[in-house]
Ligand binder design. Structure first.
Ligand code: URA
Length: 243
């Protein structure tokens, strides 16, 4: 039999930018105009089925995540500004094309975000790459910045902030703040996440309503340990084989 519904707790797209709930999911209606959910094609759901399976082998997890990450980055690149560029074709005609209007900088949040760096480099070989390391302080439980390395002129760039898991939004907010402190405008940032929790999306947009988020799945909710449900487990451990 064929399937075209979304009945497993993840949230499907209505195709017009709004997001509809599911049999299990609590969400209905538009989540936010700045959330870009990949079209929930059967192919995408098949890829999610591979990586969400607790028994997925490391090699399949890595290659299949990579395929989804490429789709996410293609979508994110399409949200950046472009300017006209005419080129001459081999048959003597002008093609009225486009090129990115600003240089692009990818900023993975270490460690899980580094899973997205390779795919961005493949698609955009000249891309500059910054790094941000944020971890939760064991005492205060608040996200703390441990390290950042960013281009000095990052404020001239369109920035793709890369973190596969948007869960509580705590790390995302801290990472966005680092970029803002370096002069990057909120609407020059696109946050790219493989999975996003409604709680994380709400937290980010409460403080940064203009920040665009690209994701391949909006989950049902967080559990008591701040893992997403139905989720994927610890993405970094699964991707890097440290679980
Ligand atoms: N980080 C993860 O790796 N997984 C989650 O579900 C939430 C945060």
């Amino acid at each position: 039999s064929t399937v075209d519904d979304t009945s497993n707790g993840a949230v499907g797209s209505t195709g017009n930018g709004a997001v509809s709930g599911t049999a299990n999911g609590p969400l209905t209606g538009t989540v936010h105009e700045n959330v870009h959910l990949l079209p929930q094609t059967r192919q995408l759901r098949a890829l999610h089925t591979v990586i969400r399976d607790r028994h997925a082998a490391l090699d399949r997890f890595v290659t299949t995540s990579g395929r989804i990450i490429r789709q996410l980055i293609e979508t994110a690149l399409d949200l950046l500004p472009y300017e006209p560029l005419d080129v001459q074709t081999p048959v003597g005609r002008t093609y009225h094309g486009l090129r990115p209007a600003r240089p692009i900088c990818g900023v993975p949040v270490v460690r899980a975000g580094e899973s997205m760096e390779h795919e961005l480099r493949v698609m955009s070989p000249g891309v500059r790459i910054g790094k941000i390391l944020i971890q939760r302080d064991k005492v205060t439980k608040l996200p703390r910045l441990y390290y950042s390395a960013l281009p000095a002129d990052i404020d001239r760039h369109s920035v793709l902030l890369l973190d596969p898991m948007l869960a509580t939004g705590g790390t995302a907010l801290a990472a966005v703040q680092v970029l803002l402190d370096h002069g990057v405008a909120e609407d020059d940032i696109v946050f790219v996440a493989l999975l996003a929790a409604p709680e994380g999306i709400a937290a980010v947009h409460a403080r940064h309503p203009n920040l665009r988020i690209v994701t391949s799945a909006i989950e049902e909710r967080l559990n008591e340990n701040a893992y997403m449900i139905p989720g994927i487990g610890d993405f970094g451990d699964r991707y890097f084989g440290t679980d």
